[in-house]
Design a protein around this ligand. Sequence first.
Ligand SMILES: CC(C)(COP(=O)(O)OP(=O)(O)OC[C@H]1O[C@@H](n2cnc3c(N)ncnc32)[C@H](O)[C@@H]1OP(=O)(O)O)[C@@H](O)C(=O)NCCC(=O)NCCS
Length: 174
Amino acid sequence: MKACGAAAGAAAGLPGGLPDGIEFRDASLGDAEAMAELEKLCFAIPWSLENCKNALGANSIAFYLVCLLCGELIGYAGLWPFAPEGHIMNVAVHPGFRRRGIGAALLGRLIDEAGERYGLSAFTLEVRASNEAAIRLYGRFGFRGRSRRKGYYSDTNEDAIIMWRGEPADGAGR
Ligand SMILES: CC(C)(COP(=O)(O)OP(=O)(O)OC[C@H]1O[C@@H](n2cnc3c(N)ncnc32)[C@H](O)[C@@H]1OP(=O)(O)O)[C@@H](O)C(=O)NCCC(=O)NCCS
């Protein structure tokens, strides 16, 4: 990936905050290819291009934000709004740009926007039990583990931790 300005420092692992030249906006269908490429870099079982097109297409109810650096997609986050709950689907940041606050910026914006646009008051997600980075990120936003799904991830038979921010509507924490 080419980098510009302060982004070159980020790519080299230099310390600092959000890189210069960064922007956040709603995702559109035109982001599907870049999103699918990022999926391959970020997940053991990445979404295909078709999955990404479906998530971003006109018939999707999903809400996605992307993060761009000098016009290139380096992160995204999305959720399904099932009022009063938002189901967070994915948060992903390009490996060359991690630990710069981008994941937190995406998640924070996603939660704020979802509250404003859809009136969501609680959020839930599932995360691999071994994904310490993501669990810590979610923890910083008030997500807490409420239950576990045994062997949820088919590639490793790993458990999923079900995390919630706010109270589930039925109070059970599925
Ligand atoms: C999880 C992920 C999105 C974090 O993105 P990021 O831009 O590096 O996160 P941030 O820089 O905003 O970090 C915010 C906080 O998350 C936690 N965190 C992030 N990466 C971490 C790591 N490698 N180890 C421990 N904590 C980590 C820290 O609390 C961090 O705050 P700090 O830097 O002040 O300590 C990124 O690692 C990623 O894309 N991982 C692969 C995809 C994935 O697993 N997504 C989650 C699926 S449920």
